[in-house]
Design a protein around this ligand. Structure first.
Ligand code: FE2
Ligand code: FE2
Length: 354
């Protein structure tokens, strides 16, 4: 059974997109002057090759619907519809979050390497967000992106946090989209909406975006050693745990795609971890039974918290506080769980081979 509330009106959509819960996508702002000092000269050859790929723009014609798109849209059972709309709204919010962040950096820096990169990233994310919005419009709904930009709360992140968080969200975005695409490629009968046919070429954009942040971090190796590894570890866990909890709020979506949420999430973690060895000398041991038990407990905590919040009153508030403490302790235990260590490869870039 789903716990996702159905969105019915434009107001519901905006409220969902603006939601500030721990697991909802956020908007970010950063220190543009510090960003501006970024030097990519230690990775110049790989950087220039990547810039040529952006310029080639192999997806320029991809984000347009084909003739069969409309014909493939079906009426969905109410619970699946609620979860699918929630999935579309949270996806568009993260796509647009990237678009706004990259565009603000683009406008506020004069470092030519950075400015050029941010122009390409903004181009891609704006295509992605608008493409999802077209699918929301089929349901008579859409996210008012200008309004969202003006009214959603922004979280300030130092540039290094932007690098860790954005790198991971681009790479995990790739891993999520390619895993869904491969599953539905094997089981076309489970493809309940045409948008999934777009995911393969789409996720190659996200993969390349991640490559850009990998190069920026490798050009500044102090970001990837010493005390900064404590931050890397934190962001790895925060990104993985958020995804795990969020996906477990959408059981019907996974039933419809014929993939168990645990199986899906651990596959996505495996891919993300394999890729992130290009840049992080540590990775989370997501195969360890103790680690898996911790993530499962976070799902229980988030369900308990949601139920207490819904109950309201003094009792509900106390219960909420109890669940919050349990959540923090579980997160801390997961953070302290031993990580795997490895050396970084000489060549930074990897290919999207999944
Ligand atoms: Fe994107
Ligand atoms: Fe992206």
């Amino acid at each position: 059974m789903t716990t996702i509330q159905a969105v019915r009106t434009a107001d519901d959509v905006m409220q969902r997109a603006k939601s500030e819960s721990l697991i909802s996508p956020r908007f970010y702002t950063t220190d543009h002057a510090a960003m501006n000092r970024l030097d990519v000269s230690p990775v110049r050859a790989e950087w220039d090759a990547m810039m040529a790929e952006y310029e080639g723009d192999n997806n320029h014609d991809h984000f347009q619907r084909d003739e069969s798109f409309a014909a493939e849209i079906r009426e969905l059972p109410p619970e699946l519809r609620a979860e699918f709309l929630d999935f579309l709204i949270s996806s568009i919010t993260s796509e647009y979050s990237g678009c706004v962040l990259y565009n603000e950096i683009r406008k506020n820096v004069d470092n030519p390497d950075l400015k050029r990169l941010m122009t390409y990233l903004t181009r891609d994310e704006s295509r992605h967000a608008n493409f999802i919005n077209q699918s929301l419009r089929d349901y008579g709904l859409a996210v008012d992106l200008q309004n969202l930009k003006a009214t959603k709360a922004y979280t300030y992140f130092k540039p290094k946090y932007i690098f860790y968080a954005t790198y991971l969200s681009e790479k995990i975005g790739y891993a999520r989209y390619i895993t869904i695409f491969r599953q539905l490629e094997r089981h076309p009968d489970k493809r309940f909406h045409p948008i999934f046919r777009w995911f393969e070429r789409w996720c190659n954009d996200e993969f390349r975006h991640g490559e850009s942040f990998a190069l920026m971090m490798r050009a500044n190796p102090h970001l990837l050693r010493g005390a900064n590894l404590l931050w890397v570890r934190f962001f790895l866990l925060a990104v993985y745990a958020t995804m795990f909890v969020r996906d477990h709020t959408r059981p019907m979506l996974h039933v419809a795609m014929g993939i168990d949420p645990d199986e899906y999430d651990y596959r996505v973690f495996d891919i993300t971890t394999a890729i992130s060895r290009q840049v992080f000398p540590i990775s989370l041991d997501t195969d360890s039974p103790a680690f898996r038990a911790g993530l499962a407990h976070l799902v229980t905590v988030s369900q308990g918290y949601a139920a207490a919040k819904a109950r309201g009153g003094v009792l509900g508030t106390l219960q909420q506080a109890g669940w919050a403490v349990r959540g923090v302790l579980t997160f801390a235990r997961l953070y302290l769980h031993p990580v795997k260590r490895h050396d970084l490869p000489a060549q930074v870039r990897v290919a999207p081979a999944w």
